[in-house]
Design a protein around this ligand. Structure first.
Ligand code: NAD
Length: 253
């Protein structure tokens, strides 16, 4: 990318859950802008690593399960060992469980909240502490959802977590903006990834959803790259606490 405002050369981004889907799309987008990537994953991120390194930047793979906060200290430590500092954090890892609210289990509640909200907050806290310690600028990008704005159906813990992501994005921005840390979120619309496989395979729900998207199609992982580069770069230095919808117009309906 030639525009200096969006150039991420020499920067390092930690991206959670980037072996596939939206995380992979954002990792490739940031790498194209010159950014080194630390990929935090439960599974091998081989495909993402290959794509990132093909753009001439470095990729560090860290294996971690963000169902608990235990790996957070090690994620920060390994990143600092290899790159000195992390400039950008993208909290993308997330899961969804579908069941009627009347049948929903405590396990499906806890599992989703632990990854989507608790680990997101404590990894952000560790990242912000490191930025403050080195007196450097930091960029946090949280991955929210249409269910940060709407109720949805059959996904109570997911809606709770993603509504929480929008609120926490504002809270962290309020506390950390004056320290040079930008906290913002991206709310993807209906994107073709593993997360929405069940919906896309349900002919009735799939038709219903597609009919409502003004752009007339499901989004793709590449569709998030531009928003991620913007929020990771100097182009967004005065943007704080915002949740940017990348949704083919869904919320405009
Ligand atoms: P995905 O299932 O393809 O990717 C989810 C990623 O999170 C994977 O890399 C997965 O391994 C990782 N992950 C899940 N649990 C983890 C754990 N315990 N520890 C470490 N990593 C873990 O789905 P996606 O659509 O690419 O989802 C990415 C993010 O985007 C999620 O937060 C999701 O909620 C959000 N989102 C997706 C859509 C959509 O339409 N696909 C819409 C709105 C928001």
């Amino acid at each position: 990318m030639s525009n200096a405002l969006f150039n991420l050369s020499g920067k390092t981004a930690i991206i959670t859950g980037c072996n596939t889907g939206l995380g992979q799309g954002m990792a490739l987008g940031l790498a194209e802008a010159g950014c080194n990537i630390v990929g935090v994953n439960r599974r091998s991120p081989a495909e993402t690593q290959q794509g990132v390194e093909a753009m001439g930047v470095q990729f560090l793979a860290i294996e971690a399960d963000l169902g608990s906060t235990t790996p957070i200290a090690e994620i920060m430590h390994k990143t600092e060992q290899q790159f000195g500092t992390a400039d950008i954090l993208i909290n993308n890892a997330g899961i969804i469980r579908r069941a009627d609210a009347l049948e929903f289990t405590e396990q499906d509640w806890d599992d989703v909240l632990d990854v989507n909200l608790k680990s997101l907050f404590f990894l952000s806290q560790a990242f912000a502490r490191a930025c403050i310690h080195r007196k450097g600028r930091g960029k946090i990008i949280n991955i929210a959802s249409m269910l940060s704005f709407q109720g949805g159906i059959r996904v109570p813990s997911y809606t709770a977590s993603k509504s929480g992501v929008l609120g926490l994005t504002r809270l962290m921005a309020n506390e950390w903006a004056h320290l040079g840390i930008n906290v913002n979120a991206i709310a993807p619309g209906y994107m073709a990834t593993n997360n929405t496989e069940a919906l896309r395979n349900d002919p009735e729900r799939s038709t219903e959803i597609l009919k409502r998207i003004p752009a007339g199609q499901w989004g793709s992982p590449e569709d998030l790259a531009g928003a991620a580069v913007f929020l990771a770069s100097n182009a967004s230095n005065y943007v704080h606490g915002h949740t940017l919808a990348v949704d083919g117009g869904w919320l405009a309906r």
